[in-house]
Design a protein around this ligand. Structure first.
Ligand code: AR6
Length: 171
C-alpha cells in the first residue's frame, strides 16, 4: 500500500468522475441538509433505505452503500459522521481524522481507486474550515491505502483556498 495523491477541486461532489464519494452524514444515515441532502437527492430514495439498514453510524466511523441513481463512474457512497465542533477540546480533531482514515479503509474494502471527500464537519457541524483542512490533508497523507487519488472537494472558494494552503504544506 502507498498513500493517495491529493487534488483540490471546486464543485458539486455528486458530479465528479470518481469510484466513490464520501458523504458528511449524521448517525441515522437517512439524509439531511448540506452535502448529505445533495447526495440523497442525486442518488434517489433507495439511498435513505440502504442507509437506515446500516444505521447507526458512530461519529468517526464510516459505512458504505451503493450509489443508486448517481451517475457512473460513481458506484459507492461512503457515509461518515463528523464531529460537531464544541470548542476543539472534546476530541474533535481525532474524530475528524478518524472519518478520513475509516473512509479510506472502507474505500479499500470496496476496491475504489478514486475517492472524493467533502469538507466534513465544516458546514452545519461548525468545525473551523482551516483547522479541518489541516486534519484532512495530514490524515490522508499518513494513511496507507490502495486508493490512488483523493479529491478534496470545496463547495466555495474560501474552502478551496484553505484546502490548497493545507495541501501545499509539507507538515
Ligand atoms: N458538494 C460538495 N460540497 C458540498 C455540497 C456539494 N453538493 N453541498 C455542501 N457542501 P455540511 P457537516 C459543503 O453542512 O458540517 C447534514 O444535515 C459545505 O459547503 O454538508 O458535516 C447531515 O445530515 C461544507 O463545506 O456537513 C448532518 O446532520 C461541507 O460540504 C450534518 O449536515 C460540509 O457541510 C453534517 O454537517
Amino acid at each position: 500500500m502507498a498513500t493517495a495523491e491529493i487534488l483540490v477541486v471546486v464543485g458539486d461532489i455528486t458530479e465528479l468522475e470518481v469510484d466513490a464519494i464520501v458523504n458528511a452524514a449524521n448517525s441515522a444515515l437517512r439524509g439531511g441538509g448540506g452535502v448529505d441532502g445533495a447526495i440523497h437527492r442525486a442518488a434517489g430514495p433507495e439511498l435513505a433505505r440502504a442507509g437506515a439498514r446500516l444505521a447507526p453510524c458512530a461519529t468517526g466511523d464510516a459505512k458504505a452503500t451503493p450509489a443508486f441513481d448517481l451517475d457512473p463512474p460513481i458506484r459507492h457512497v461512503i457515509h461518515t459522521v463528523g464531529p460537531v465542533w464544541d470548542g476543539g477540546d472534546a476530541g474533535e480533531p481525532e474524530l475528524l481524522a478518524s472519518c478520513y482514515r475509516r473512509s479510506l479503509e472502507v474505500a479499500d474494502s470496496l476496491g475504489a481507486r478514486t475517492v472524493a471527500f467533502p469538507a466534513i464537519s465544516t458546514g452545519i457541524y461548525g468545525y473551523p474550515p482551516a483547522l479541518a483542512a489541516e486534519v484532512a490533508v495530514r490524515t490522508i497523507r499518513s494513511t496507507a491505502t490502495d486508493v490512488a487519488r483523493v479529491l478534496l472537494v470545496a463547495f466555495d472558494d474560501r474552502t478551496a483556498a484553505l484546502l490548497r494552503t493545507a495541501s501545499a504544506s509539507d507538515g
